[in-house]
Ligand binder design. Structure first.
Ligand SMILES: Cc1ncc(COP(=O)(O)O)c(C=O)c1O
Length: 382
């Protein structure tokens, strides 16, 4: 069976072949399979050296000090560690987040809310962004943390994290940023972006699933409570034997992302233009989220008069996502699209198309022609 054209890079990316090759060297007896925490023999030392080299590569992409990188199992865990770790043991505190964060942040903040933490849930503007003023207006004397995403996973929109961070730094409020969808898609420099905690994921950047990192600023020094206890790995912040092959994979993936970043952005911008140009013959198509403040590889579109579920069924030769979560038998409209002001009906008409490193001009031309055909057909039988 011919595989559908993959247009769901925001869900996950294929592992780059160069990354897979590198990972294979860290698994078997003839490779570096030791436990990086084994201090008594060369097997451990070699594994530890590989982990530290990868730490440098991941730090490199965001211009951090390698000592500021804590390995985790993915951005979900990084978000949990950052948010719970910043609030742990503090009574009567207040935190701020938005209604369109990823579930890893939303559900973590809801859990804290149930434990008694006061949470302000900001409403984004219709373009999908949160403004500096909104954050400043929501601050209270007891605010200890703000958590916002850099790039929204459903819309591809970018928040002005540098401006918000500068204000929060002045006021001594910790700033956590979920950058899972930003890594490898835009330049990130923690030198000019005053954030304290920043979550990254391996599998969104052509690395393996099941590995991620949390950037924890050293200057000024940020203290968080560990959420997983055990052998005291990662300077006590996250215990558990480090998965050398996963970490080496994430390191290689991040170094490829760094060296190819500019070229990749140019390529994705061109693909996006071609994709949208291919849809020009259709009317009643609207882009969800800001026109300009966005990464090029994620495009969320609503099609007037067409239900996204039917559209997806018609687009059998494309792998896309609706951004809706299936809860039991009913398909809930995306809370992100509802969050930017779309009605349930409008949210049900949206699909997310995301492309990446291995997408070709032929792929996007095929995708847009399929969309034109299926949307026209569905509209004709209304
Ligand atoms: C914005 C955002 N945050 C967090 C996550 C969770 O990342 P992971 O799959 O590495 O746990 C994702 C992945 O979908 C995401 O898009």
């Amino acid at each position: 069976m011919k595989k559908p054209v993959y247009m769901d890079y925001a869900a996950t990316t294929p592992v780059d072949p160069a990354v897979a090759d590198e990972m294979m060297k860290y698994l078997t007896l003839d490779g570096v399979f030791g436990n990086p925490a084994s201090r008594t023999h060369a097997y451990g030392w070699q594994a530890e050296a590989a982990v530290e080299a990868a730490r440098k590569q991941v730090a490199g992409l965001i211009h951090a000090d390698p000592r500021e990188i804590v390995w985790t199992s993915g951005a979900t865990e990084s978000d949990n560690l950052a948010i719970k770790g910043a609030v742990a043991g503090r009574q009567g505190v207040h935190i701020i987040t938005s209604k369109i964060e990823h579930k890893a942040v939303v559900d973590t903040c809801k859990w804290l809310e149930h434990q008694g933490t006061d949470v302000t849930w900001l409403d984004p503007a219709a373009d999908g962004t949160i403004s500096c003023e909104q954050v400043l207006d929501a601050l209270q004397e007891n605010t200890v943390l703000v958590s916002l995403m850099l790039v929204n996973n459903e819309l591809g929109t970018i928040n002005d994290i540098a401006a918000i961070g500068a204000e929060l730094r002045q006021r001594g409020v910790l700033f956590h940023v979920d950058a899972a969808q930003a890594g490898g898609k835009m330049a990130i420099d923690v030198g000019s972006m005053p954030v304290d905690l920043l979550a990254l994921s391996g599998h969104k950047v052509y690395g393996p699933k099941g590995v991620g990192a949390l950037y924890v600023r050293r200057s000024p020094d940020v203290q968080i409570e560990a959420q997983i206890h055990g052998g005291g790995h990662e300077r006590g912040m996250r215990s558990g034997t480090l998965p050398t092959h996963q970490i080496v994979g994430m390191g290689k993936a991040f170094s490829l992302a760094q060296s190819g970043l500019e070229e990749e952005i140019v390529k994705l911008e061109a693909l996006r233009k071609s994709f949208l140009a291919g849809l020009q013959s259709l009317d009643g198509v609207s882009l969800n989220g800001s026109e300009s403040n966005r990464v090029p590889g994620i495009v969320n579109l609503s099609f007037d008069g067409v239900d996204a579920e039917s559209l997806m069924l018609g687009l059998r030769d494309l792998a896309v996502s609706s951004g809706s979560a299936c809860a039991s038998a009913t398909v809930e409209p995306s809370y992100v699209l509802r969050g930017i002001g779309l009605s349930d009906e409008q949210a049900h008409r949206a699909l997310r198309f995301s492309f990446g490193r291995f997408t070709t001009e032929e792929d996007v031309a095929f995708a847009s022609s399929q969309i034109v055909d299926v949307v026209s057909r569905l509209r004709a039988v209304r």
